[in-house]
Unconditional design. Structure first.
Length: 265
């Protein structure tokens, strides 16, 4: 008994070993600081990056943007990941299948953000001189958020389901997180392309109807809308120029002449 009491006393008096930084990031216990960090850099940060994006999917600092054709996919993919992250942080679904799906999706989000951060690294370094380069490093922090929460979602059901079924569910989560935005972006691109074609080539009535169909998709169609601007520049018929100008205003609410000046600079 005396020996047992000494062991117990020693375990109480001996200070607990402090976890390292990376151990704390992936420990089962969640801190309030981590939750705040996850919300800021997993949900708010990506949205701000899209809003103030100067070079990647939207033009502004450097013309033209780097990857305007992937704008719809990036927006849809990030929106899906933000919803899944918030769902996990708020409720942490109890079904193992759902947890594994969310975990797989968040892991795919981490890989996507890491790849984006690496590609943008040279631009982010240059952007520091203009005071906006800090946004270019946000994908690295977002990747950490998704990786940590994806790992916790998968770890929370460890050894409670068959290994093969968990692997299949994880792969399904990876596939759904990537394939769903990809298929939707293809459908959006086709709809946008058709509407732009009708605006550029159609008469007044067809062009106006196409512009109204395009208006809900305007945030996914910035690159394609420049085709309308280019057609406006090349058009010599005053009536057709007025149609193009009205359609551009119908879709964006802006003045096409201002966009012309930007493209000509």
């Amino acid at each position: 008994m005396g020996t047992l009491n000494l062991i117990e006393r020693d375990s109480i008096l001996r200070p607990l070993k402090k976890l390292g930084f990376w151990q704390r990031q992936f420990a089962p216990s969640v801190t309030k600081g981590q939750i705040v960090f996850d919300i800021i850099f997993g949900a708010v940060g990506p949205i701000l990056c899209f809003v103030f994006d100067p070079i990647v999917f939207r033009g502004g600092m450097f013309e033209p943007p780097l990857w305007p054709e992937y704008q719809a996919f990036a927006y849809l993919f990030s929106g899906l990941l933000i919803v899944l992250l918030c769902l996990w942080l708020v409720s942490a679904p109890g079904f193992a299948f759902v947890r594994d799906l969310i975990g797989g999706a968040l892991i795919s989000g981490a890989m996507f953000c890491l790849a984006i951060g690496i590609v943008l690294l040279p631009f982010s370094a240059m952007g520091l001189m203009f005071g906006i380069g800090i946004f270019g490093f946000t994908p690295f922090l977002t990747a950490l958020v998704y990786l940590r929460n994806g790992y916790r979602a998968l770890r929370s059901q460890r050894n409670k389901t068959l290994h093969l079924s968990r692997v299949l569910t994880l792969l399904l989560g990876l596939l759904l997180a990537s394939a769903t935005p990809a298929l939707l972006s293809v459908a959006i691109h086709q709809a946008v392309t058709k509407s732009i074609s009708e605006i550029v080539q159609g008469d007044s009535d067809h062009a106006l109807r196409a512009a109204r169909r395009l208006m809900p998709l305007r945030f996914f169609a910035e690159a394609e809308l420049d085709q309308v601007v280019q057609a406006y520049i090349a058009e010599s018929d005053p009536t057709k120029k007025r149609i193009l100008k009205n359609c551009y205003h119908e879709v964006t609410g802006g003045n096409i002449d201002e966009r012309v000046n930007v493209l000509r600079d």
